[in-house]
Design a protein around this ligand. Structure first.
Ligand SMILES: [Zn+2]
Length: 534
Protein backbone atom coordinates (compact mmCIF):
# COMPACT_ATOMS: atom_id res chain seq x y z
CA UNK A 1 0.00 0.00 0.00
CA UNK A 2 1.28 3.45 -0.87
CA UNK A 3 2.00 5.66 2.13
CA UNK A 4 2.39 9.41 1.98
CA UNK A 5 6.00 10.53 2.41
CA UNK A 6 5.29 12.55 5.52
CA UNK A 7 3.94 9.42 7.19
CA UNK A 8 6.85 7.27 6.11
CA UNK A 9 9.28 9.94 7.26
CA UNK A 10 7.61 10.78 10.55
CA UNK A 11 10.49 10.73 13.06
CA UNK A 12 10.36 7.82 15.52
CA UNK A 13 12.98 9.09 17.96
CA UNK A 14 14.29 12.46 19.12
CA UNK A 15 17.46 11.69 17.17
CA UNK A 16 15.40 11.45 13.96
CA UNK A 17 13.87 14.88 14.43
CA UNK A 18 15.01 17.66 12.11
CA UNK A 19 15.87 20.92 13.92
CA UNK A 20 14.11 22.07 17.13
CA UNK A 21 17.37 21.24 18.92
CA UNK A 22 16.67 23.14 22.15
CA UNK A 23 13.29 21.49 22.63
CA UNK A 24 14.65 18.05 21.85
CA UNK A 25 17.53 18.55 24.30
CA UNK A 26 15.19 19.54 27.15
CA UNK A 27 12.69 16.75 26.56
CA UNK A 28 15.43 14.16 26.26
CA UNK A 29 16.91 15.40 29.53
CA UNK A 30 13.56 15.10 31.26
CA UNK A 31 13.20 11.51 30.09
CA UNK A 32 16.68 10.50 31.27
CA UNK A 33 16.27 12.19 34.66
CA UNK A 34 12.67 11.05 35.05
CA UNK A 35 11.47 14.58 35.76
CA UNK A 36 8.29 14.46 33.70
CA UNK A 37 5.79 17.32 33.84
CA UNK A 38 2.07 16.74 34.13
CA UNK A 39 1.18 19.08 31.29
CA UNK A 40 3.10 20.09 28.19
CA UNK A 41 2.05 22.68 25.66
CA UNK A 42 3.58 22.38 22.20
CA UNK A 43 2.99 25.55 20.13
CA UNK A 44 3.97 26.27 16.54
CA UNK A 45 2.68 26.51 13.00
CA UNK A 46 1.74 23.43 11.00
CA UNK A 47 4.40 20.93 10.10
CA UNK A 48 6.96 22.01 12.69
CA UNK A 49 7.10 18.66 14.48
CA UNK A 50 4.68 19.14 17.41
CA UNK A 51 2.72 15.93 16.98
CA UNK A 52 5.84 13.92 16.20
CA UNK A 53 7.53 15.22 19.35
CA UNK A 54 4.40 14.43 21.39
CA UNK A 55 4.37 10.84 20.16
CA UNK A 56 8.09 10.36 20.73
CA UNK A 57 7.82 11.77 24.25
CA UNK A 58 4.87 9.45 24.95
CA UNK A 59 6.83 6.39 23.95
CA UNK A 60 10.04 7.55 25.61
CA UNK A 61 8.53 8.01 29.07
CA UNK A 62 6.89 4.59 28.90
CA UNK A 63 9.80 2.77 27.27
CA UNK A 64 11.23 -0.12 29.29
CA UNK A 65 14.68 0.39 27.88
CA UNK A 66 15.13 4.03 26.80
CA UNK A 67 18.33 4.89 24.94
CA UNK A 68 19.70 8.28 25.95
CA UNK A 69 16.18 9.62 26.29
CA UNK A 70 14.96 8.06 23.04
CA UNK A 71 12.36 5.28 22.97
CA UNK A 72 13.99 1.95 22.05
CA UNK A 73 11.25 1.04 19.58
CA UNK A 74 11.56 -2.63 20.42
CA UNK A 75 10.20 -3.21 23.90
CA UNK A 76 6.63 -4.28 24.49
CA UNK A 77 5.56 -0.79 25.53
CA UNK A 78 7.08 0.88 22.47
CA UNK A 79 5.50 -1.64 20.13
CA UNK A 80 2.07 -1.48 21.74
CA UNK A 81 1.95 2.30 21.52
CA UNK A 82 3.36 2.26 18.00
CA UNK A 83 0.54 -0.06 16.91
CA UNK A 84 -2.09 2.16 18.51
CA UNK A 85 -2.98 -0.74 20.77
CA UNK A 86 -2.19 0.84 24.12
CA UNK A 87 -4.99 1.64 26.57
CA UNK A 88 -2.72 4.11 28.33
CA UNK A 89 -2.35 6.52 25.43
CA UNK A 90 -5.19 8.56 23.99
CA UNK A 91 -4.83 10.88 21.07
CA UNK A 92 -7.62 13.31 20.42
CA UNK A 93 -8.12 16.00 17.79
CA UNK A 94 -9.94 18.87 19.43
CA UNK A 95 -10.87 20.25 16.02
CA UNK A 96 -13.36 17.43 15.57
CA UNK A 97 -14.11 16.67 19.25
CA UNK A 98 -14.52 20.09 20.78
CA UNK A 99 -17.66 19.48 22.84
CA UNK A 100 -17.59 19.17 26.58
CA UNK A 101 -19.17 15.67 26.52
CA UNK A 102 -16.25 14.30 24.57
CA UNK A 103 -13.60 15.75 26.83
CA UNK A 104 -15.56 14.65 29.92
CA UNK A 105 -15.68 11.11 28.65
CA UNK A 106 -11.92 11.23 28.22
CA UNK A 107 -11.33 12.78 31.63
CA UNK A 108 -13.50 10.20 33.40
CA UNK A 109 -10.85 7.63 32.54
CA UNK A 110 -8.11 9.66 34.23
CA UNK A 111 -8.85 7.98 37.56
CA UNK A 112 -7.88 4.54 36.27
CA UNK A 113 -4.11 4.06 36.53
CA UNK A 114 -2.18 2.92 33.47
CA UNK A 115 -2.62 -0.79 32.69
CA UNK A 116 0.84 -1.44 31.43
CA UNK A 117 3.23 1.49 31.33
CA UNK A 118 4.35 3.97 33.90
CA UNK A 119 2.37 6.90 32.54
CA UNK A 120 -1.02 7.47 31.07
CA UNK A 121 -0.73 10.06 28.28
CA UNK A 122 -3.41 12.18 26.67
CA UNK A 123 -2.37 14.02 23.52
CA UNK A 124 -4.87 16.74 22.57
CA UNK A 125 -4.16 18.25 19.16
CA UNK A 126 -5.47 21.70 18.14
CA UNK A 127 -6.39 22.20 21.79
CA UNK A 128 -7.45 25.82 21.16
CA UNK A 129 -10.58 24.45 19.47
CA UNK A 130 -12.06 23.16 22.74
CA UNK A 131 -15.24 24.84 23.97
CA UNK A 132 -15.16 26.89 27.16
CA UNK A 133 -16.98 24.19 29.10
CA UNK A 134 -14.44 21.65 27.83
CA UNK A 135 -11.58 23.89 28.95
CA UNK A 136 -13.08 24.14 32.42
CA UNK A 137 -13.40 20.40 32.68
CA UNK A 138 -9.79 19.99 31.56
CA UNK A 139 -8.63 22.64 34.00
CA UNK A 140 -10.06 20.71 36.97
CA UNK A 141 -7.95 17.71 36.05
CA UNK A 142 -4.87 19.82 35.40
CA UNK A 143 -5.18 21.33 38.87
CA UNK A 144 -4.81 17.99 40.64
CA UNK A 145 -3.60 15.36 38.23
CA UNK A 146 -2.87 11.83 39.46
CA UNK A 147 0.84 11.01 39.70
CA UNK A 148 0.80 8.91 36.49
CA UNK A 149 -1.06 11.41 34.31
CA UNK A 150 0.64 13.36 31.50
CA UNK A 151 -1.14 15.76 29.16
CA UNK A 152 0.48 16.90 25.93
CA UNK A 153 -1.49 19.75 24.39
CA UNK A 154 -0.59 20.92 20.89
CA UNK A 155 -1.78 24.06 19.18
CA UNK A 156 -1.10 26.38 16.27
CA UNK A 157 -2.78 29.25 18.13
CA UNK A 158 -1.65 29.46 21.76
CA UNK A 159 -3.04 32.99 22.08
CA UNK A 160 -6.54 31.47 22.00
CA UNK A 161 -5.94 29.41 25.14
CA UNK A 162 -7.26 30.59 28.52
CA UNK A 163 -4.48 31.83 30.77
CA UNK A 164 -5.56 29.36 33.45
CA UNK A 165 -4.58 26.52 31.11
CA UNK A 166 -1.38 28.23 29.92
CA UNK A 167 -0.14 28.75 33.46
CA UNK A 168 -0.38 25.03 34.22
CA UNK A 169 1.63 23.86 31.23
CA UNK A 170 5.29 23.64 30.41
CA UNK A 171 5.36 25.54 27.14
CA UNK A 172 7.54 24.76 24.11
CA UNK A 173 7.53 26.90 20.98
CA UNK A 174 8.33 25.03 17.79
CA UNK A 175 9.91 27.40 15.25
CA UNK A 176 9.39 27.17 11.51
CA UNK A 177 12.10 25.27 9.70
CA UNK A 178 14.63 27.23 7.69
CA UNK A 179 14.81 26.65 3.94
CA UNK A 180 18.19 25.00 4.43
CA UNK A 181 16.83 22.58 7.03
CA UNK A 182 13.94 21.63 4.76
CA UNK A 183 16.04 21.33 1.60
CA UNK A 184 18.61 19.27 3.51
CA UNK A 185 15.97 16.89 4.79
CA UNK A 186 14.35 16.55 1.34
CA UNK A 187 17.73 15.68 -0.11
CA UNK A 188 17.99 12.80 2.34
CA UNK A 189 14.45 11.63 1.59
CA UNK A 190 15.07 11.72 -2.17
CA UNK A 191 18.33 9.82 -1.87
CA UNK A 192 16.85 7.13 0.36
CA UNK A 193 13.89 6.75 -1.98
CA UNK A 194 16.37 5.96 -4.76
CA UNK A 195 15.40 9.03 -6.78
CA UNK A 196 17.31 12.05 -8.00
CA UNK A 197 16.55 15.75 -7.77
CA UNK A 198 18.15 19.03 -8.82
CA UNK A 199 19.34 21.22 -5.99
CA UNK A 200 17.19 24.07 -7.36
CA UNK A 201 14.10 21.89 -7.35
CA UNK A 202 14.52 21.14 -3.64
CA UNK A 203 15.19 24.80 -2.81
CA UNK A 204 12.02 25.77 -4.61
CA UNK A 205 10.02 23.26 -2.59
CA UNK A 206 11.63 24.51 0.62
CA UNK A 207 10.65 28.09 -0.24
CA UNK A 208 7.10 27.15 -1.15
CA UNK A 209 6.60 25.17 2.06
CA UNK A 210 7.20 28.33 4.13
CA UNK A 211 8.75 26.56 7.09
CA UNK A 212 6.48 23.52 7.28
CA UNK A 213 8.10 20.13 6.80
CA UNK A 214 4.84 18.35 6.20
CA UNK A 215 3.92 20.63 3.29
CA UNK A 216 7.41 20.24 1.90
CA UNK A 217 7.14 16.45 1.93
CA UNK A 218 3.67 16.62 0.36
CA UNK A 219 4.99 18.77 -2.49
CA UNK A 220 7.94 16.42 -2.96
CA UNK A 221 5.46 13.53 -3.02
CA UNK A 222 3.70 15.13 -6.01
CA UNK A 223 6.98 15.37 -7.91
CA UNK A 224 8.26 11.86 -7.26
CA UNK A 225 7.58 8.55 -8.89
CA UNK A 226 7.91 9.51 -12.54
CA UNK A 227 11.28 7.80 -12.74
CA UNK A 228 12.86 11.02 -14.01
CA UNK A 229 15.21 13.29 -12.16
CA UNK A 230 13.12 15.90 -10.33
CA UNK A 231 13.70 19.31 -11.89
CA UNK A 232 12.65 22.80 -11.00
CA UNK A 233 10.14 22.59 -13.84
CA UNK A 234 8.49 19.50 -12.28
CA UNK A 235 8.13 21.38 -9.03
CA UNK A 236 6.74 24.45 -10.73
CA UNK A 237 4.19 22.33 -12.53
CA UNK A 238 3.20 20.69 -9.27
CA UNK A 239 2.88 24.09 -7.62
CA UNK A 240 1.30 25.84 -10.57
CA UNK A 241 3.99 28.54 -10.57
CA UNK A 242 5.74 30.27 -13.43
CA UNK A 243 9.01 28.91 -14.70
CA UNK A 244 12.29 30.69 -14.27
CA UNK A 245 12.69 31.55 -17.96
CA UNK A 246 9.35 33.33 -17.92
CA UNK A 247 10.32 35.29 -14.82
CA UNK A 248 13.55 36.36 -16.51
CA UNK A 249 11.61 37.57 -19.56
CA UNK A 250 9.13 39.46 -17.42
CA UNK A 251 11.86 41.15 -15.39
CA UNK A 252 13.64 41.91 -18.66
CA UNK A 253 10.60 43.80 -19.91
CA UNK A 254 10.48 45.77 -16.65
CA UNK A 255 14.21 46.50 -16.85
CA UNK A 256 13.83 47.91 -20.36
CA UNK A 257 10.67 49.82 -19.42
CA UNK A 258 8.95 47.93 -22.19
CA UNK A 259 5.33 48.24 -21.09
CA UNK A 260 3.96 46.67 -24.29
CA UNK A 261 6.07 43.57 -23.78
CA UNK A 262 5.03 43.35 -20.12
CA UNK A 263 1.39 43.44 -21.15
CA UNK A 264 1.98 40.80 -23.83
CA UNK A 265 3.62 38.53 -21.24
CA UNK A 266 0.76 39.17 -18.84
CA UNK A 267 -1.62 38.05 -21.54
CA UNK A 268 0.44 34.91 -22.12
CA UNK A 269 0.35 34.23 -18.40
CA UNK A 270 -3.42 34.56 -18.27
CA UNK A 271 -3.96 32.37 -21.31
CA UNK A 272 -1.79 29.75 -19.62
CA UNK A 273 -4.33 29.77 -16.80
CA UNK A 274 -1.82 30.88 -14.17
CA UNK A 275 -2.80 32.47 -10.90
CA UNK A 276 -1.84 36.17 -10.73
CA UNK A 277 -1.18 36.17 -7.01
CA UNK A 278 1.13 33.18 -7.26
CA UNK A 279 2.91 34.84 -10.16
CA UNK A 280 3.41 38.09 -8.24
CA UNK A 281 4.82 36.10 -5.35
CA UNK A 282 7.24 34.38 -7.75
CA UNK A 283 8.15 37.69 -9.33
CA UNK A 284 8.84 39.19 -5.89
CA UNK A 285 11.14 36.28 -5.14
CA UNK A 286 12.86 36.80 -8.50
CA UNK A 287 13.35 40.53 -7.87
CA UNK A 288 14.69 39.81 -4.39
CA UNK A 289 17.22 37.47 -5.99
CA UNK A 290 18.24 40.27 -8.33
CA UNK A 291 18.57 42.60 -5.37
CA UNK A 292 20.75 40.08 -3.56
CA UNK A 293 22.87 39.66 -6.70
CA UNK A 294 23.20 43.43 -7.02
CA UNK A 295 24.17 43.99 -3.40
CA UNK A 296 26.41 41.00 -2.86
CA UNK A 297 28.27 41.21 -6.15
CA UNK A 298 29.07 38.28 -8.39
CA UNK A 299 31.52 36.72 -5.92
CA UNK A 300 29.02 35.67 -3.30
CA UNK A 301 26.75 32.73 -4.01
CA UNK A 302 22.99 33.19 -3.97
CA UNK A 303 21.02 30.84 -1.74
CA UNK A 304 19.83 27.73 -3.57
CA UNK A 305 21.10 28.82 -6.97
CA UNK A 306 23.82 27.12 -8.97
CA UNK A 307 26.50 28.56 -11.26
CA UNK A 308 24.68 29.23 -14.52
CA UNK A 309 21.56 30.66 -12.90
CA UNK A 310 23.60 32.76 -10.48
CA UNK A 311 25.32 34.32 -13.49
CA UNK A 312 21.97 35.05 -15.11
CA UNK A 313 20.74 36.79 -11.98
CA UNK A 314 23.91 38.83 -11.72
CA UNK A 315 23.59 39.84 -15.37
CA UNK A 316 19.95 40.85 -15.17
CA UNK A 317 20.56 42.71 -11.90
CA UNK A 318 22.97 45.00 -13.72
CA UNK A 319 20.14 46.27 -15.89
CA UNK A 320 18.52 47.91 -12.86
CA UNK A 321 19.87 50.60 -10.60
CA UNK A 322 19.63 49.66 -6.94
CA UNK A 323 17.10 52.40 -6.34
CA UNK A 324 14.88 51.41 -9.23
CA UNK A 325 15.03 47.71 -8.41
CA UNK A 326 13.97 48.52 -4.88
CA UNK A 327 11.03 50.53 -6.15
CA UNK A 328 9.93 47.82 -8.57
CA UNK A 329 10.23 45.19 -5.84
CA UNK A 330 8.25 47.37 -3.46
CA UNK A 331 5.54 47.84 -6.10
CA UNK A 332 5.46 44.12 -6.78
CA UNK A 333 4.97 43.26 -3.13
CA UNK A 334 2.21 45.82 -2.82
CA UNK A 335 0.53 44.43 -5.92
CA UNK A 336 0.74 40.95 -4.45
CA UNK A 337 -1.07 42.18 -1.34
CA UNK A 338 -3.60 44.08 -3.46
CA UNK A 339 -4.65 40.98 -5.39
CA UNK A 340 -6.23 39.67 -2.20
CA UNK A 341 -9.10 42.09 -2.37
CA UNK A 342 -9.02 43.47 -5.91
CA UNK A 343 -11.92 42.55 -8.18
CA UNK A 344 -9.56 41.94 -11.09
CA UNK A 345 -6.20 40.49 -10.20
CA UNK A 346 -5.16 40.89 -13.81
CA UNK A 347 -5.60 44.68 -13.67
CA UNK A 348 -3.52 44.83 -10.51
CA UNK A 349 -0.69 43.07 -12.33
CA UNK A 350 -1.04 45.26 -15.42
CA UNK A 351 -1.08 48.49 -13.43
CA UNK A 352 1.95 47.37 -11.47
CA UNK A 353 3.82 46.51 -14.68
CA UNK A 354 2.97 49.80 -16.39
CA UNK A 355 3.94 51.83 -13.33
CA UNK A 356 7.19 49.91 -13.03
CA UNK A 357 7.95 50.71 -16.68
CA UNK A 358 7.01 54.34 -16.23
CA UNK A 359 9.26 55.18 -13.29
CA UNK A 360 11.71 57.99 -13.91
CA UNK A 361 15.42 57.37 -13.50
CA UNK A 362 16.78 58.23 -10.11
CA UNK A 363 18.78 61.11 -11.50
CA UNK A 364 15.47 62.62 -12.64
CA UNK A 365 14.12 62.22 -9.12
CA UNK A 366 17.22 63.76 -7.65
CA UNK A 367 17.00 66.67 -10.06
CA UNK A 368 13.36 67.09 -9.12
CA UNK A 369 14.18 67.04 -5.41
CA UNK A 370 16.87 69.63 -5.95
CA UNK A 371 14.40 71.87 -7.73
CA UNK A 372 11.92 71.43 -4.89
CA UNK A 373 14.60 72.38 -2.37
CA UNK A 374 15.56 75.41 -4.42
CA UNK A 375 11.94 76.52 -4.73
CA UNK A 376 11.40 76.03 -1.02
CA UNK A 377 14.39 78.25 -0.30
CA UNK A 378 12.94 80.94 -2.53
CA UNK A 379 9.48 80.62 -1.02
CA UNK A 380 10.94 80.94 2.46
CA UNK A 381 12.75 84.11 1.38
CA UNK A 382 9.62 85.54 -0.14
CA UNK A 383 7.64 84.78 3.00
CA UNK A 384 10.27 86.46 5.12
CA UNK A 385 9.57 89.55 3.05
CA UNK A 386 5.87 89.23 3.81
CA UNK A 387 4.70 87.64 0.56
CA UNK A 388 2.38 84.60 0.69
CA UNK A 389 3.69 82.58 -2.20
CA UNK A 390 1.78 79.30 -2.09
CA UNK A 391 0.46 78.12 -5.46
CA UNK A 392 -3.16 79.12 -5.92
CA UNK A 393 -4.74 75.66 -5.85
CA UNK A 394 -2.76 74.52 -2.85
CA UNK A 395 -3.45 77.62 -0.79
CA UNK A 396 -7.20 77.25 -1.20
CA UNK A 397 -7.19 73.79 0.28
CA UNK A 398 -4.28 74.10 2.70
CA UNK A 399 -5.24 73.71 6.36
CA UNK A 400 -4.86 76.82 8.52
CA UNK A 401 -2.60 75.17 11.08
CA UNK A 402 0.28 73.23 9.62
CA UNK A 403 0.83 70.09 11.68
CA UNK A 404 4.01 68.12 11.01
CA UNK A 405 3.18 65.94 8.04
CA UNK A 406 3.71 62.21 7.64
CA UNK A 407 5.00 59.77 10.19
CA UNK A 408 7.08 61.25 12.97
CA UNK A 409 10.83 60.89 12.45
CA UNK A 410 12.68 59.12 15.21
CA UNK A 411 14.75 61.61 17.20
CA UNK A 412 18.49 61.13 17.19
CA UNK A 413 19.45 60.29 20.77
CA UNK A 414 22.97 60.79 22.03
CA UNK A 415 24.44 59.62 25.30
CA UNK A 416 27.09 61.97 26.66
CA UNK A 417 30.56 60.68 25.89
CA UNK A 418 33.20 60.46 28.64
CA UNK A 419 35.99 63.00 28.30
CA UNK A 420 38.85 61.88 26.13
CA UNK A 421 36.71 59.68 23.85
CA UNK A 422 36.09 60.62 20.26
CA UNK A 423 32.71 62.01 19.24
CA UNK A 424 30.47 59.12 18.13
CA UNK A 425 29.68 60.74 14.80
CA UNK A 426 33.42 60.75 13.93
CA UNK A 427 33.72 57.10 14.95
CA UNK A 428 30.73 56.33 12.74
CA UNK A 429 32.18 58.16 9.75
CA UNK A 430 35.55 56.43 10.14
CA UNK A 431 33.91 53.03 10.36
CA UNK A 432 31.93 53.82 7.19
CA UNK A 433 35.08 54.86 5.37
CA UNK A 434 36.76 51.64 6.40
CA UNK A 435 33.79 49.48 5.37
CA UNK A 436 33.57 51.21 2.00
CA UNK A 437 36.99 49.83 1.18
CA UNK A 438 37.06 46.58 3.12
CA UNK A 439 33.43 45.42 2.84
CA UNK A 440 31.81 47.05 -0.17
CA UNK A 441 28.92 44.56 -0.07
CA UNK A 442 28.12 45.76 3.45
CA UNK A 443 28.79 49.40 2.72
CA UNK A 444 26.16 49.39 -0.05
CA UNK A 445 23.14 48.80 2.19
CA UNK A 446 24.71 50.70 5.10
CA UNK A 447 25.17 53.82 2.99
CA UNK A 448 21.39 53.89 2.50
CA UNK A 449 21.00 54.70 6.20
CA UNK A 450 21.40 57.93 8.07
CA UNK A 451 23.45 58.14 11.23
CA UNK A 452 20.88 57.46 13.94
CA UNK A 453 22.76 58.45 17.08
CA UNK A 454 24.78 56.76 19.78
CA UNK A 455 23.19 55.53 22.98
CA UNK A 456 24.54 53.28 25.75
CA UNK A 457 27.31 51.92 23.57
CA UNK A 458 25.04 51.29 20.58
CA UNK A 459 25.35 53.01 17.23
CA UNK A 460 22.11 53.26 15.33
CA UNK A 461 21.59 53.44 11.59
CA UNK A 462 18.24 54.86 10.53
CA UNK A 463 16.46 53.59 7.46
CA UNK A 464 13.75 55.56 5.72
CA UNK A 465 10.41 53.92 4.87
CA UNK A 466 10.77 51.73 1.80
CA UNK A 467 14.36 50.90 2.70
CA UNK A 468 13.39 48.17 5.17
CA UNK A 469 15.03 45.53 3.02
CA UNK A 470 18.44 47.03 3.84
CA UNK A 471 17.56 47.22 7.51
CA UNK A 472 16.68 43.52 7.47
CA UNK A 473 19.88 42.67 5.63
CA UNK A 474 22.05 44.45 8.16
CA UNK A 475 20.18 43.02 11.14
CA UNK A 476 21.54 39.62 10.17
CA UNK A 477 24.01 38.62 12.94
CA UNK A 478 27.02 37.96 10.74
CA UNK A 479 26.77 41.34 8.97
CA UNK A 480 26.09 43.09 12.24
CA UNK A 481 29.24 41.64 13.78
CA UNK A 482 31.34 42.91 10.89
CA UNK A 483 29.96 46.41 11.31
CA UNK A 484 30.47 46.25 15.06
CA UNK A 485 34.08 45.24 14.65
CA UNK A 486 34.61 48.21 12.31
CA UNK A 487 33.05 50.49 14.94
CA UNK A 488 35.22 48.92 17.67
CA UNK A 489 38.31 49.64 15.66
CA UNK A 490 37.34 53.18 14.81
CA UNK A 491 36.33 54.08 18.37
CA UNK A 492 38.84 52.00 20.28
CA UNK A 493 36.13 50.54 22.49
CA UNK A 494 33.36 47.95 22.52
CA UNK A 495 30.49 49.08 20.30
CA UNK A 496 27.15 47.65 19.33
CA UNK A 497 25.29 48.28 16.10
CA UNK A 498 21.57 48.40 15.53
CA UNK A 499 19.70 49.15 12.30
CA UNK A 500 16.39 50.87 13.06
CA UNK A 501 13.55 52.24 11.01
CA UNK A 502 13.33 55.99 10.81
CA UNK A 503 9.65 56.36 11.52
CA UNK A 504 8.28 55.65 14.93
CA UNK A 505 4.59 56.17 14.43
CA UNK A 506 2.14 56.60 11.62
CA UNK A 507 0.11 59.76 11.50
CA UNK A 508 -3.40 58.77 10.40
CA UNK A 509 -3.92 62.04 8.56
CA UNK A 510 -0.59 61.84 6.78
CA UNK A 511 -2.11 60.28 3.68
CA UNK A 512 -4.59 63.09 3.11
CA UNK A 513 -1.93 65.75 3.70
CA UNK A 514 0.49 63.97 1.42
CA UNK A 515 -2.11 64.10 -1.30
CA UNK A 516 -2.44 67.85 -0.80
CA UNK A 517 1.29 68.31 -0.88
CA UNK A 518 1.33 66.26 -4.03
CA UNK A 519 -1.30 68.33 -5.77
CA UNK A 520 0.83 71.33 -4.85
CA UNK A 521 3.81 69.72 -6.52
CA UNK A 522 1.82 68.87 -9.63
CA UNK A 523 0.64 72.45 -9.70
CA UNK A 524 4.26 73.63 -9.59
CA UNK A 525 5.89 71.28 -12.06
CA UNK A 526 3.10 70.00 -14.26
CA UNK A 527 1.56 66.55 -14.12
CA UNK A 528 4.06 64.79 -16.37
CA UNK A 529 6.97 65.65 -14.08
CA UNK A 530 5.46 64.27 -10.87
CA UNK A 531 5.62 60.53 -10.33
CA UNK A 532 3.25 59.09 -7.79
CA UNK A 533 5.03 56.32 -5.98
CA UNK A 534 3.25 54.26 -3.33
ZN1 LIG B 1 11.00 0.80 24.34
Amino acid sequence: MYQALYRVWRPKTFSDMVGQEAIVRTLRHQVTTGRIAHAYLFCGSRGTGKTSAARILTRAINCLNPQNGDPCGECESCRTIENDASFDVYEMDAASNSRVEEIRELLEKVDYPPQFGKYKVYIIDEVHMLSNAAFNALLKTLEEPPEYMVFILATTEPQKLPSTILSRCQRYDFGRYTEDQIAGHLKKVVAESGEEAEEEALSLIARAAEGGMRDALSILDMCMGSGEKITEEHVRQALGTADRAFLFSYAEALAHRDGAEALRLTDELMRGGRDVQVFLKDLSAHLRMLMAALLCGPGEGLPGVSGENARRYAQQAKEFSQQRLLRVLDGCMHAEADTRWAASARSVLEIFALRACDQPEEKDVEALLERVAELERRLAELEKNGVRALPAAASQTAPKEQKPSGPVPRPVVETPVPAGSRPPKDVWNDALKYLKKAEPALYGPLSRAKYGGYQDGTFKAMFAPGEEIFQTMLAQPERRLKIESALNQAGGQEAKFEPVSQMVQQDPEAGARQEKNLSGLIEMFGRDKVQIDE
